[in-house]
Design a protein around this ligand. Structure first.
Ligand code: TRP
Length: 500
């Protein structure tokens, strides 16, 4: 596996051959990035010539120009799909440049959504365009066929996060299922950056789904708490971060994980406790260059070196021999990572180094973001109390926040709303119900009634309030049962109830 840099001065690109094969598999007669690049350059010249002719000599009709521009746009889209990067005049694709680097530098284009581990934003009220993200990141869509297959292999009705496209993208999930059908087991890895004591409902999404996966497949799970990451990125002390890790572990445990199948660890503790884990970190560090992490994560020369080497620490749990207490010396157990799509840059890097250090690539399941109460343009922020519903909120706080702050797709007056109906696609209360209301029929009826105007915004909000209040009260009840002793059990490196 070769890693090459794209020769554009503005982007230290990160190119993985894995994407090249995906791309070459696109079908017969498909154009190469270079052919498309040349066609695009010629078309750009053509558009310019037409525009100049019109301006200078009143030649060239408007429709002619428009047609030429349309073709130019289409070519740009094709080029991006095939070459995995934006067309840039004077910057031809390098031979292997078929994968996007997708670093923050590359995602900040004019009308593009920004999605990286630190920022998520879009100008669209419906939220990020996830289909475009799949193309840009080079992952695969979780289509009906895959959902049906998971149902068949797991022998269970797919979780509503799968049925509703909340987990919408994947890497290598078919391979995981192929192996599982042949009695080859796998393990789950997910994590959380503990940046404060309190978590909000959005933080639960990966854990709720991971718990379902663990239950249906009956496999080990490791959960990384990156207290080191939060120390490096935020203005917090090491003690704070470690304390948040332990507090967050309680909320995670309250999701119902089985202590016999789950290992939760703080990086600050486990790095020093496990030579095998640290050995993997160092192996990864040796095989990724500064240029590569700059390209993927947008680090600059003035970022501290802790940040630059951190991605190796988030990558290491993807390899089974980082956990000898669970897997013995086995290094070949496949890892499956459920996470929000903003974490994908870490795992693109992981998948690229894996074969070079003799390990299988982790597979991934990506979720969409949980919208802020104010609207789907951004994900929720733990630092703004009104942007989200916290797991510590009282029933009254839940009610007030939703009534006051949940962005509504309803009309200004009752008359107008009855007449024209509301827009569930931008309505945050409706979006939250797609996450938490399990009954498909009930949800669909709410959608139709809201869109027709039969259901008013206040009524919709009431349904959401009545869904969240008991859900959060039950969570608080379960969290109360989690003692320090329980946390210690989950966080002690130990053998789980599996034999490898
Ligand atoms: N970096 C993640 C965060 O800030 C935490 C994390 C570590 C993680 N490992 C992970 C998330 C694996 C998902 C999967 O939240």
């Amino acid at each position: 596996m070769q890693v090459e840099r794209v020769s554009c001065q503005w982007r230290e690109g990160y190119v993985s051959v894995e994407k090249m094969t995906d791309c070459l598999g696109d079908g017969e007669g498909a154009k190469t990035p270079m052919e498309l690049y040349e066609e695009l350059t010629a078309q750009g010249d053509q558009v310019r010539a037409l525009k100049t002719a019109k301006a200078e000599k009143c030649l060239g009709s408007q429709t002619e120009i428009e047609a030429a521009v349309q073709l130019l746009i289409k070519l740009k889209v094709d080029y991006k799909q095939v070459a995995g990067q934006d067309y840039k005049a004077g910057c031809p694709p390098s031979e292997n440049s078929v994968a996007p680097d997708n670093g923050p530098a590359a995602s900040g284009g004019d009308d593009e959504d920004t999605v990286d581990p630190w920022n998520v934003s879009t100008t669209n009220a419906k939220g990020v365009d996830y289909d475009k993200l799949i193309v840009r990141f080079g992952s695969s869509k979780i289509d009906k066929e895959l959902v049906d297959r998971i149902e068949k292999v797991a022998g269970q009705r797919p979780h509503h996060f799968l049925r509703r496209g909340i987990f919408f993208s994947h890497r290598d999930m078919h391979q995981v299922l192929d192996a599982y059908e042949k009695q080859k087991s796998f393990y789950l890895y997910t994590g959380r950056g503990p940046s404060s004591e309190s978590m909000h409902v959005g933080h639960l999404i990966p854990f709720i789904f991971t718990k379902w996966l663990q239950d249906v497949f009956d496999i080990p799970l490791v959960i990384q708490l990156t207290d080191d990451e939060k120390y490096l990125w935020k203005d917090l002390t090491l003690e704070d971060c470690h304390h948040f890790a332990v507090e967050n572990a309680k909320d995670i445990i309250a999701c119902g994980f089985d202590v016999n199948k789950t290992f939760i660890f703080s990086d600050l503790d486990y790095m020093g406790a496990s030579p095998e884990f640290y050995r993997n970190v160092v192996k990864i560090q040796k095989h990724v260059t500064f240029n590569q992490v700059k390209g993927i994560f947008g680090f600059t020369d003035s970022d501290c070196i802790g940040k630059i080497s951190f991605p190796a620490i988030q990558a290491a749990p993807s390899f089974s021999n980082s956990f000898p207490q669970i897997f013995g010396s086995r290094k070949d157990i496949q890892c499956l990572i459920p996470c929000a799509i903003d974490q994908d840059p870490y795992f693109r890097m992981t998948r690229d180094v894996a074969p070079r250090i003799g390990y299988p690539k982790p597979a991934l399941l990506h979720s969409t973001f949980f919208p802020a109460l104010q609207g789907a343009q951004t994900k929720m922020s733990a630092s703004d109390a009104n942007s989200s519903i916290f797991l510590t909120d009282t029933p009254k706080q839940i009610k007030n926040k939703i009534n006051k702050h949940a962005f509504s797709g309803g009309k200004d007056t009752v008359e107008e709303h009855r007449q024209d109906g509301g827009n569930p696609d931008v309505d945050v209360s409706f979006m939250y119900l797609t996450f938490f209301l399990e009954d498909d029929e009930q949800l669909e009826k709410i959608r139709q009634d809201y869109a027709s105007g039969a259901l008013l915004t206040g009524e919709l909000k009431k349904i959401l309030i009545e869904t969240l209040q008991p859900m959060i009260a039950q969570h608080q009840e379960r969290r109360k049962q989690v003692t320090d002793e329980t946390v210690k059990q989950f966080m002690t490196p130990r053998r789980l109830n599996f034999h490898f």
